[in-house]
Design a binder for this molecule. Structure first.
Ligand code: 5AD
Ligand code: SF4
Length: 466
């Protein structure tokens, strides 16, 4: 149920126009699942007759779709709320959505009374009612329910997409309880969306011009569902059905947990051409002692064994990962083990973070918290190794002929930017080609973060024309 707090919202916050706010702007922080949620919120508000504003300043409803994973991300939300006040003293209607909303609930209204709505990640389908509630009561409307029936059934169908690559959340929540992580508390238990709903949503995306779908979940490879004939399937079963969908050219998925990396999913990387050769498989640390303290339930050797199997199935796979440095009790020897596993696994790209103590997680109460100086120094060393590996991976693709899905315009005139199968950004000048086209290119040079391609041919319905 939605509730109201006693915090009074200043009258200037609620537009007096008859129907409430008319133009919305959503800012999503954090993971891709938040980006997906933000898009669904926007599509729902548009279906209600509101319009997306081009910039935040033009909006009379601003939604901050927040991330709670590290302390910095939370601090950012409060500074952003402060900045929404306009020079004339007015402010838009403000909704705080996402994981900070879920974790802090009413506390947000106490700390930032200018906030009109607080809505958790499982409750945002009720945004229209919350807008009404905030307007009529002039109190902060708070809804952090995690209903058993998911929000997805209550949301309108997918709108036509502005980009050729779209996200599709297939799984939410986490049962793994890594000792540093807030996700099991903010996103709740693991749930898989039903097979048929996902096929229907994918079809709507493809009908709306999408050529690439990235399947999303906090533990996406833990997804399971019953197919049309009632057989229980893992993620590879869903990927196989989507791969048969005409018009859908590329499939990706993220983020995976090593424990759910089944042989079936690994084989899909060998057997399904439309499944792109990219795998994001976080390891977090290379030290078995730290992995145990993190409650990761895999060790360095079992992780590397999975990578070996994946490479046997798909030798050119681009491997990506997540790392945390400075977990409580991490010694220099533990950190060296992380550098060792990076050397052994050889990443095409990776994300690395300083450990951030999160209230309520078991690691927050562990002894031997690491000083910021040591964390900084370790992060720098790790990032320099990962940077070298990324540059080396990019270099190995130079000279290859490959296919790029064009996603946006580049900075130089006539330049377009797209993604290679390995998720590298590729800049290319391709007269006659446009956003949403697949083109064949030769990769001619590589920088640390992107590559230059030379156009060879435009691909239409996968038939190459010269
Ligand atoms: N501190 C630092 N990094 C964290 N992550 C999750 N929780 C924390 C934390 N408390 C990182 C992990 C995870 C990624 C999404 O964020 O590496 O894989
Ligand atoms: Fe957090 Fe671990 Fe779950 Fe990933 S697997 S969301 S790091 S608890």
């Amino acid at each position: 149920m939605s509730q109201s707090t006693d915090t009074l919202v200043p009258p200037s916050s609620v537009p007096d126009a008859e129907g409430g706010p008319r133009r919305y702007f959503v800012t999503s922080f954090g993971c891709q699942m938040n980006v997906y949620d933000g898009e669904r919120m926007g599509e729902m508000l548009s279906a209600q007759g509101m319009q997306a504003a081009d910039q935040r300043e033009d909006a009379d409803l601003v939604i901050l779709n927040t991330c709670h994973i590290r302390e910095k991300a939370v601090a950012r939300v409060y500074s952003d709320i402060g900045r929404l006040k306009r020079e004339d003293g007015s402010k838009p209607m403000i909704a705080v959505a996402g994981c900070v909303a879920q974790a802090e609930g009413e506390e947000i209204a106490r700390r930032a009374p200018t906030v009109d709505i607080v809505v958790g990640p499982q409750a945002y389908h009720r945004l229209p009612q919350l807008i009404e509630q905030a307007r009529s009561t002039r109190k902060t409307a708070v809804d952090t329910d995690m209903p058993a029936v998911t929000k997805f059934g209550a949301l309108p169908g997918r709108a036509r997409q502005p980009r050729p690559s779209a996200f599709l959340t297939v799984q939410e929540g986490c049962d793994k309880f890594c000792t540093y992580c807030v996700v099991p508390y903010t996103r709740g238990a693991e749930i898989s969306r039903p097979f048929a709903d996902l096929v229907e949503e994918a079809k709507a995306l493809v009908d709306g011009g999408v050529k690439e779908i990235t399947l999303l979940g906090q533990n996406v490879n833990a997804w399971t569902g019953d197919d049309a004939s009632g057989r229980s399937q893992g993620l590879e079963g869903l990927i196989e059905v989507l791969a048969a969908m005409p018009g859908l050219e590329r499939i990706r998925y993220t983020t995976s947990h090593p424990n759910d990396m089944t042989d079936g999913l690994i084989a899909a990387h060998r057997d399904i051409d439309k499944l792109m050769p990219y795998l994001h498989l976080p390891v977090q640390s290379g030290s078995d002692r730290i992995l145990k303290a993190m409650n990761r339930s895999h060790n360095a050797a079992s992780y590397l064994a999975i990578i070996d199997k994946v490479r046997a199935a798909r030798p050119d796979i681009a491997l990506s990962g997540d790392f945390i440095v400075g977990f409580p009790g991490e010694t220099e020897a533990d950190f060296q083990a992380t550098l060792d596993i990076v050397r052994a696994a050889n990443y095409a790209q990776a994300y690395s973070f300083k450990y951030s103590s999160r209230p309520g997680t078991p690691a927050a109460d562990m002894e031997d918290q690491i000083s910021p100086e040591i964390m900084d120094e370790r992060l720098q060393r790790l990032q320099s190794l990962l940077g070298e590996q990324q540059q080396a991976f990019n270099q190995t693709t130079v000279g290859q002929r490959t296919r790029v899905l064009l996603e946006r315009e580049g900075r130089k005139p006539g330049q377009l930017v797209g993604k290679s199968p390995w998720l590298q950004s590729v800049h290319v000048v391709a007269p006659g080609a446009g956003i949403g086209d697949l083109i064949d290119v030769e990769l001619v040079s590589a920088g640390p973060n992107s590559l230059e391609g030379q156009a060879l041919a435009l691909v239409t319905d996968l038939e190459v024309i010269g």
